[in-house]
Design a protein around this ligand. Structure first.
Ligand code: UT7
Length: 329
């Protein structure tokens, strides 16, 4: 008997109302320029959550749209797997807040912490639940309020990130569509190149943590850049091998949207031409685990992904964690 396949039945995205352009940094006293940000990253603007907009509220907007497009009601959801580096509260998981918000009373709900690669990690958990019969319908969400953990006095990081959420409903597929291969990796020995030193259980929130701003994201940008290029290239190879495909078979590559130069290097390595690469980093910045599902949702909505197409997802982030997935639509 053939192994069952998990496939995407619908996607959605949820974004804050406010947009912050590169020019807006001058208004808050950050010494930077549109030219620097554009040249180094490709980012022109990002969405920033304001009062009343949370990781949960953005996730709920994305989830509702995904459920509506999938034709799935809240009562049909067996599990909610939510990836975030910016939970609304430290306890309980943001996934249970989302569950309550949606009224998905039958669901098991939990968070995954795999940073920017988190959506692919979460989708792999969903696939496991579906293919082993633990669940039939799984809501997978990447939701981030990055503006709440970046240091607005540090120009080397605050210009890079944005807020938002992307969601996908996964169900057991009836045809030969869905997840064809997945690759997940981590390397915890490099954790200190991109992390938040303070505010957790080993350095609990206190006056010192507040004073030295160690609860904000710290990143060794150049080092992270090098690892991102290497690891995303490796991840593309692995997922393509797993699906017995090459870059030439890929109709659309959706890479994590952190930096245009990393995206271009990844596409080149995977042997996918830039016309077949989905890019929205200019409009969103780096939304961490929301980046891949937001791009996926846009690509489905605007017809870049059509029935029968083969799509490669790849992401890299804090941990380090990196991951890839080949899907047939
Ligand atoms: O999602 C997780 C994965 N994260 C990433 O993939 C991020 C990976 N890293 C990067 O994308 C890039 O390393 C950055 C965009 C963060 C930085 O680009 P870079 O080309 O590596 O620049 P750099 O950090 O080496 O800095 C170059 C210069 C420095 O000045 P000096 O020392 O050369 O005089 C910085 O002080 O640019 C300066 N700089 C800025 N200047 C204007 C740093 N940030 C800014 C800024 N505006 N916002």
């Amino acid at each position: 008997m053939k192994r069952p396949i998990a496939a995407i039945a619908g996607t959605g995205r949820g974004l804050p109302a406010a947009v912050m352009t590169n020019f807006d940094f001058a208004k808050i006293g950050i010494e930077t320029t549109d030219e620097w940000i554009t040249e180094r990253t490709g980012i022109k603007q990002r969405y920033i959550a304001r009062e009343g907009e949370s990781t949960t509220s953005m996730a709920a907007a994305a989830a509702r749209q995904a459920m509506q497009r999938a034709g799935v009601s809240a009562g049909e959801i067996d599990a909610i797997v939510l990836s975030t580096a910016t939970p609304d509260r430290l306890l309980p998981a943001t996934a249970v807040d989302l569950q309550a918000e949606l009224g998905a009373t039958r669901a098991a709900a939990f968070d995954i912490g795999a940073a920017c690669a988190g959506f692919i990690f979460a989708a792999t958990v969903a696939e496991g639940m579906i293919t082993t019969g633990v669940a039939e319908t799984v809501l997978v969400v990447g939701s981030e309020k990055m503006s709440s953990i970046i240091d607005w006095q540090d120009r080397s990081t605050c210009v890079l990130f944005g807020d938002g959420s992307g969601a996908a409903v996964f169900r057991r597929a009836k045809h030969h569509k869905g997840i064809l291969s997945t690759y997940l990796r981590s390397d915890g020995t490099l954790a200190n190149l991109l992390y938040r030193p303070g505010g957790g259980a080993c350095m609990p929130f206190c006056d010192d943590v507040l004073q030295d701003r160690s609860f904000y994201v710290k990143m060794a940008g150049r080092e992270v850049f090098k690892h991102a290029v290497r690891s995303m290239a490796d991840a593309c190879d692995r997922a393509l091998d797993g699906a017995k495909l090459t870059g030439k078979d890929i109709d659309l590559l959706i890479p994590h949207q952190a930096n245009m130069r990393i995206i271009e290097a990844t596409a080149k390595h995977a042997n996918v031409s830039m016309e077949k690469v989905y890019v929205n980093v200019d409009r969103y910045g780096n939304t961490s685990s929301a980046s891949v599902p937001i791009a996926l949702d846009e690509a489905l909505e605007n017809g870049r992904i059509k029935d029968g197409m083969t799509v490669l997802l790849v992401a890299f982030g804090a941990g380090f964690t990196w991951a890839s997935m080949v899907l047939r639509f």
